[in-house]
Design a protein around this ligand. Sequence first.
Ligand code: MRU
Length: 360
Amino acid sequence: MNRDTAGGRPQHGQRFDTLRWVGAGLEMIDQRLLPARVEYRRYEDAAGVAAGIRSMVVRGAPAIGCAAAYGIALAARALQGAAPAQFTAGLEAAFAQLAASRPTAVNLFWALARMRRAWEAGPAQDTAQLAARLLQEAHEILAEDLRINQAMGGHGATLLADGARVLTHCNAGALATAGHGTALGVIRSAVAGGKRISVLADETRPFLQGARLTAWELMQDDIPVTLITDNMAGHLMATGEIDAVIVGTDRVAANGDVANKIGTYMVAVLAHRHRIPFYVACPLSTIDLRTPDGSQIPIEERAATEVLGYGTQQWAPSGVAVRNPAFDVTPAELVTALITEKGVVHAPDREGILKLFATG
Ligand code: MRU
């Protein structure tokens, strides 16, 4: 795997780590610069990681969870040698900072809860041992995410026919995870299994994760991808050019309602209208049994600047009122199946989801 810390134009076929531990720091590919530039940002404290999550250097639910875990590991490392009370106060501050970075992706809170359990596990140890344990836990979360995505990909690939034309929204790929991806992981696994799959990628306004990240990531792997604007999906469904939809998710409520990137709900309604299967790929860490239904999922509102233009270019008039909800909720009844590392749940509901957690 090539590693380009200095930054530069990406080479075709080069593979990149979304996040990686190097020396005593976390490096994350700066997703705001893709596909024009590959640059890694280096983080050595929790505040920096929280800022990196908020500003979308790293994004995508599982990747956010991995980054947050390393944020805690970095905080513990910096507190080595501190008195116990100071260590506790410093670590609690890091937990609070990271938890406040983005509200919708439940993987963030899942990873923080797991880091807390690792902190509290076992007998009281000296701070160096605690820091080592927390770093080990972050490494395990990252490694596990990759394994989970590969398992999910294997289950999901069985749902796609040879020759399928698959629509996806946002980026639920390697860049949104530790690697392989959730929705794009299913596609990668199907392709690896010999199926000819082509992808239609919604550009995904306003942050353009589809145009910038999904298109780039699939092209890197030579998986056929065609970019469309978000308002073209209905037309292409009506003309019979889409066989299936696969998306990722930031949080699945206990009843199967799915929060994902703004615009996903529109795609799900259209898919239902055209009797096209609508699949959601997600690890169990994205299912939030404590949130009873989609109406209880917090929806992040982001800055107006993201809607007014992109980067340094603004195309809307200054001063216009703007709304920027970053996610929407697709009711469970529109979801054909959830694809998880434990298998596929058709027509997901409370019972089907609980069964997933009940089996070993
Ligand atoms: O705002 P983002 O880019 O973090 O939103 C990401 C998504 O909506 C993804 O579809 C979701 O996190 C699943 S990623 C495997």
